[in-house]
Design a protein. Sequence first.
Lengths: 364, 364
Amino acid sequence: MFLKIVYRRNYYIYTTIITYSMEENKYVTIYDIAERLNLATSTISRALKDHHTISEKTIKKVKKTAEEMGFVPNTLAAGLRGNKTKTIGVLIPTVTQPFLSSLISGIEIAAQKSGYTVIIMQSHDSSEEEVNMAKSLYSNRVSGVICSLAMETRDTSHFLQFSNNNIPLVFVDRVPKDFNTFRVVIDNYSAGYKATKHLIDQGCTRIAHLTAGSEFGNLYNERKRGYTEALRDHNLPVDEELIVNLKSVTYEAGVKASNKLFDLNPIPDGIFAPGDIIAVSAVQTAKKRGLKVPEDVAVIGFNNDPISEIIDPNLSTITHPAEKMGKAAAEIIIKNLKSAKQDEVKEITFLNTEVLVRESSARK
Amino acid sequence: MFLKIVYRRNYYIYTTIITYSMEENKYVTIYDIAERLNLATSTISRALKDHHTISEKTIKKVKKTAEEMGFVPNTLAAGLRGNKTKTIGVLIPTVTQPFLSSLISGIEIAAQKSGYTVIIMQSHDSSEEEVNMAKSLYSNRVSGVICSLAMETRDTSHFLQFSNNNIPLVFVDRVPKDFNTFRVVIDNYSAGYKATKHLIDQGCTRIAHLTAGSEFGNLYNERKRGYTEALRDHNLPVDEELIVNLKSVTYEAGVKASNKLFDLNPIPDGIFAPGDIIAVSAVQTAKKRGLKVPEDVAVIGFNNDPISEIIDPNLSTITHPAEKMGKAAAEIIIKNLKSAKQDEVKEITFLNTEVLVRESSARK
DNA sequence: AAAAATAACACAACCGATTGTATAAAGAAA
DNA sequence: TTTCTTTATACAATCGGTTGTGTTATTTTT
């Protein structure tokens, strides 16, 4: 065995390679252990999981031998027989958004604790991919599914294969309105309300709102509803020219929308953005135009992404407890898998959000 | 079936629930199709994969019926029989770092394209968890494994179970020195060299370097080696007081280290940080102390994290092609799974890095 | 000491797709 | 018509744990 270094471009490195012995140790099965110990495979199987019908002595002997022989159970065989796999399928738009990667992290930690494995699939916000991947998860006989819908998704019938087959299904964050299953969300309405109220409390009277998404993605609409309600409750007019609908939730779209707002006369004195990236774009656009944040315009974002703590001025934001939501979702799955049948009542779990006041909105 | 809303805290929402019919459609198997069509299961199995011994007519009929009956193949059964699963296991420290989530994204896209499923596990930089999870991947009979080592890991013998059993194993980014298997990396030495040279080219003569990690994690050491070599090549002294070793790669640790550097007299006129978060902390610490970036001190980071484009001033950085690396790793796995036996030669794939000059270091 | 109860383990079917081999039917060659 | 191919499909073993039931010992009860 030797080493070949491939230079894909023009860089060099020096490396030492030690070759380990390559004798193939085929997968060790319970049959191998049974043969070695002159016991039945059923005894081995039961001994390995401390079944009460097996004597202490045998259990100890079996476990020791299994260890020695390097036995690792074949999850597939167990899953096939028992028709369950201790695997949780996660179907989300992408793993690269901070919110979603934190969500995964929470799921993974909770799953790990109970001995579950996590399969992750990315829909890339495409319905078509979501349909395929749901099928793939089903094909893999996942024990439960956690999903945050693709932006594009309207029809959710591809999730019926889970709910119809008693496979626990939890929607997180971007959830369908009309599907009877578990949901873990934040209250986007009250979060929007709180964010707007905060700006009002800071003395803002001309508060703009950047929003996004369609009617179906009720997430942004709920935030917007909170925004308008807060304005009404405080006797402020809801000015349609202060509400800008983003084509996409990107930095560039945020810059464009912010510029539109700052072209108004008078400019808004407060901006509520439904995401930190957008809020950051607003802050920086303001700064570029010589506006002071928060003095001239106060800004509050959403999510509490890592960046919100880092930019200057620090960004006020609404917390979005991603990891907790992941943990909650995974725990719902696990709880429902433990009991013989699923909860009749499909709980909607609301997690708390908080206004995090930092420099970008602190006028007082 | 009804709906119960659980208020975890103090928020409210209004939701409509439509209950879908809940008749259970058990998993449909090829046996069910065989029975319906009065054919043998072997015929069904072959027909579904266009085997040449099955007639066109039968294939068409079988596929139609399978579709109608809602047949979804049981991956477990196929995996058990064939002893392969079309699943790639990914074992990384965490999914929440931008580099790693982009890496996953790349893996997932490439895997998806070839019909592979991805299982992700997080070691949280703990060796113990890494050992357990490697075992779990093995237990799940993954077809291949992609791993970026836990910071803590010294002994890599828990990966022998893969290489000894002909399961393609690719290490990415944080790779062991002495394990004979595929690796996908960047040339950290030359990246460090280039970053430092860039600062020199900008007129810096007193360049500090923040570094991290131990001897084993050769990643940071390589960057440091590039740094010192670049200095030497340009007849600049290597000043130990300008090299600060971080306890952890966090913003806070970066602030602390930066302050230490700015307490020196004279202060460094350039800083090379081995990560963008650290670089950002340096930039902001400098600004807080009234120093101008890049005039008083030029800063260059590493990774090209999203934040580097957003902070003010924009951060110069070294690109770290995460998604490409993931794609490359997955493709190596897939290629090796396609051929009967693995490549004898375990390639080391180097991906290119580039100096991305932005405001934080552009003095000229 | 005989009957009953319990402990300890073995036997074999099962999960569902795959695949080497066998068989039957249809067509081609002799 | 008979034999040889070719085509189309069936049969049955297999992968490796799991689990209901059966079978022997061994111990306890009466």
